[in-house]
Design a protein around this ligand. Structure first.
Ligand SMILES: [Ca+2]
Length: 61
């Protein structure tokens, strides 16, 4: 998660990743129910800030 301050769709060197942003995982286009929430934090394969993950069982989406 990052703030694209110039709106070009590309992460520029001054646009850093954001921690503490709540991310919602929603269901299908029909239901749009919130299935899970998480907060961005430092982590993931690259151990960089702004990462978020969800735990979803196969076939449950
Ligand atoms: Ca940018």
């Amino acid at each position: 998660m990052l703030r694209d301050t110039d709106g070009d769709g590309v992460q520029d060197p001054t646009e850093t990743e954001l921690n503490g942003v709540t991310v919602l995982l929603k269901g299908t286009i029909i239901t749009l129910a919130v299935l899970q929430t998480t907060v961005t934090t430092t982590g993931g394969a690259l151990t960089s800030p702004g990462c978020s993950t969800f735990n979803v069982e196969p076939g449950n989406m």
